[in-house]
Design a protein around this ligand. Structure first.
Ligand SMILES: Cc1ncc(COP(=O)(O)O)c(C=O)c1O
Length: 393
């Protein structure tokens, strides 16, 4: 749909201009094509489109112009050949697995994954004969040690949710490729504005567009990005099974993406100030934020990311009781599990996002009872600090 090359444009421009479609009416802002199917001029045209002999829109489970605009914008930002949109971030991870794995395959994954991703792997992938081993995201040698002859996929989040562990993407990509496996990276926390995993050696990127891409906590969405040959099988799964993105949600996310670069810079600025303040508080044992010099992978994060991101986690002294007290006392921060919103949110991972994970898996992932995750929004930082001060009082 593009009639010029985006290679030389900056992310700020791509976030606004890439993927823009214009109908015969010449609308300036992206139109929303809220239609489930598309008409054809003749029976022959229908046949040619259904058999992919000519391009064109057929049915919104397969393709839709608004969804295509979102896919093209995200692919341009990630530096990927192609993106495919999904109904949610989890649908993206499911679609990736359905397209690229089969019974008898083995996956190596980082042990600090989002709770539902662990559930998907341990309950459903396993049910269909796919074995998953978990290793430390921060130790490339552990990935090599976990490889088996049937290893097909490496999967990691960086920074991880909620402990913000940073994985060395080029080093882990090298291990994957030396063993004939693909590397998929969940880039939800950084977004392509702060980190472009494909340029660092990953083969596939998955997104929960529900988070920063929308940025205002309105709709669910997801995507898988990569080389055309790796995305086409994901498209075929979606076309057949149906966890596709609705055009309404695609339109909302497209609008959100226009402010993604400026929002990400502001999230990073607020999060760093909050992390520094938390580090100075005696009630807190540890702060996890890749932009802090005390973070174990600070040097790697400086190299790999254009900012620390908007997620700050910390452990309060006193375990679950102290953590819940703090959460119950704040008045401004929203008590909700979503992240990546302009509104700051506060969550107790052990009893919410990771609540369904077994205690053993939680322990392996390092999710302790005193841990709190804050998705730092764009409110004034002094107001956020005052609210947390009230929580700690
Ligand atoms: C890192 C990460 N990946 C994937 C997901 C799943 O995304 P969704 O809720 O859009 O299915 C989440 C949701 O919180 C997440 O934090």
């Amino acid at each position: 749909m593009q009639d010029f090359d985006f290679d030389d444009l900056h992310p700020d421009t791509l976030a606004i201009r890439a993927g823009t479609t214009r109908s015969e009416f010449g609308e300036h802002s992206d139109a929303m094509y809220l239609t489930s199917s598309f008409c054809v001029g003749s029976a022959e045209e229908a046949s040619l489109k259904f058999t992919n002999q000519i391009p064109g829109f057929i049915y919104s489970r397969f393709t839709n112009p608004t969804v295509t605009a979102f896919e093209e914008r995200l692919a341009a930002l990630e530096g990927g050949e192609k993106a495919i949109a999904t109904a949610s971030g989890m649908a993206a991870i499911l679609a990736l697995g359905m397209a690229h794995l089969k019974a008898g395959d083995h996956v190596v994954a980082s042990n600090g994954l989002f709770g539902a991703t662990i559930q998907l792997f341990n309950t459903y992938f396993v049910k269909f004969g796919v074995e998953v081993s978990y290793v430390s995201a921060t130790d490339p040698a552990a990935w090599q040690a976990a490889v088996k002859p049937n290893t097909k996929l490496f999967f990691l989040e960086t920074p991880s949710n909620p402990l913000t562990e940073v994985a060395d993407i080029p080093a882990i990509a090298a291990v994957a490729h030396a063993n004939g496996a693909l590397l998929a990276v969940d880039n939800c926390f950084c977004t392509p504005i702060l980190q472009q995993p494909l340029k660092l050696g990953a083969d596939l990127v998955v997104h929960s567009a529900t988070k920063y891409l929308d940025g205002q906590g309105r709709v669910l969405g997801g995507a898988v990005v990569g080389k055309k040959e790796l995305i086409d099988p994901v498209y075929l799964f979606l076309r057949t099974a149906g966890p596709s993105l609705s055009p309404f949600n695609a339109w909302v996310i497209l609008k959100g993406m226009e402010t993604l670069p400026i929002r990400m810079r502001a999230h990073c600025e607020n999060a760093l100030k909050l992390a520094q303040w938390l580090e100075s508080r005696p009630e807190i044992d540890r702060v996890f934020y890749p932009g802090l010099e005390s973070h174990p992978q600070y040097a790697l994060a400086q190299r790999q990311q254009k900012g620390g991101g908007g997620i700050v986690s910390f452990e309060v002294k006193g375990g679950r009781e102290a953590a819940w007290k703090l959460i119950d006392r704040v008045q401004l921060l929203s008590r909700t599990a979503n992240l990546g919103d302009v509104r700051s949110t506060i969550t107790h991972p052990a009893s919410t996002t990771h609540g369904r994970v077994t205690p053993e898996a939680r322990a392996t992932a390092g999710i302790r009872e005193g841990l709190i995750r804050i998705s730092v929004g764009l409110e004034n930082i002094d107001d956020l600090i005052a609210d947390l001060e009230r929580g700690l009082a």
